[in-house]
Design a binder for this molecule. Structure first.
Ligand SMILES: [Zn+2]
Length: 280
């Protein structure tokens, strides 16, 4: 009794049955995720465009609730997911900037360019990977405990450069001299930050440009932070998740089974964050 599967090479239909359609009537409304989770799991935003994403299942035996969700691919190569990731990084930039300024630290925007003769993303990243460890070692010696959030970008003529929000207070001159002598470009700039709200805008501006490029090398982090860059606390789901694969028929079968057993079916995680929900 094999079930017909859609051919692996057929194009995904625009109106492909989503898990939301399957049990829309069973979804209790009201409880909404808050903060960063709301941003990440907002179902009203453009859905992820990656087909054949797996469905995930988790059981809460105490309340006899079963969750069926289909997480976004969260890839930079998927437009809606890239836009959401950029928004999340905006939050990280603002949050971190606020926290560091509140600690009495100074912040600067710094731009470091790759070698001026580098005209492709691949070459730019290769040069950066070689030069950055040297520059960063000098940087840490000159600014002990330095913290940063970095965004890499490719300019109009292919010139690769990296923007940093950092607690280092070194002058432009330092970046020019040390950039050039570690294999990067002589073009560099350091500008003090006055308000933390500038941080988010700065990151968004360069990330939006970076998203438009699709040929970034694999395993290249176009946005990165120092380990201790302050980040907001995120609530984790308390369940063990099972990967059901991308087959909707298998998911529908599982849903039917749980429904027959009298379980509550949830198809989103909106109900999970109960910290802001009033007791009734
Ligand atoms: Zn996606």
């Amino acid at each position: 009794m094999s079930t017909p599967r859609r051919k692996a090479n057929s194009a995904p239909k625009a109106n492909e049955t989503s898990i939301r359609d399957v049990t829309a009537d069973n979804v209790p409304g009201g409880r909404k995720a808050t903060g960063l989770n709301a941003l990440k799991n907002n179902p009203t935003q453009t859905p992820c465009e990656t087909p054949y994403r797996p469905y995930m299942k988790a059981c809460d035996y105490a309340t006899k609730t079963v969750y069926f969700i289909r997480p976004d691919c969260k890839s930079w190569s998927c437009k809606p997911c890239a836009a959401r990731r950029a928004q999340v990084w905006r939050v990280y930039a603002d949050f971190g900037g606020d926290a560091l300024l509140a600690q009495g630290l100074e912040l600067s925007f710094v731009t470091v360019t790759s070698h001026r003769l580098v005209r492709s993303v691949t070459a730019g990243v290769a040069v950066w990977r070689k030069a950055w460890p040297k520059l960063s070692a000098r940087w840490r010696r000159a600014s002990p405990g330095v913290q940063y959030l970095s965004v890499s970008e490719r300019g109009k003529v292919g010139n690769f450069h990296t923007h940093l929000i950092t607690t280092a207070t070194l002058p432009t001159r330092w970046y020019k001299d040390n950039g050039a002598s570690t294999g990067l470009g002589y073009q560099a700039k350091a500008v003090p930050i006055v308000d933390s709200f500038e941080c988010g805008g700065y990151v968004t501006k360069y990330l939006t440009k970076a998203i438009a490029i699709h040929n970034w090398p694999k395993y290249w982090r176009r946005v990165n932070t120092s380990r201790n860059w302050p980040k907001p606390e995120e609530t984790e789901t308390p369940y063990d998740w099972t990967n059901l694969g991308a087959d909707i028929l298998r998911v529908k079968f599982s849903i039917t089974t749980y429904a027959r057993l009298g379980w509550t079916i949830e198809t989103s995680l909106e109900g999970l964050d109960t910290s802001q929900v009033q007791a009734t």
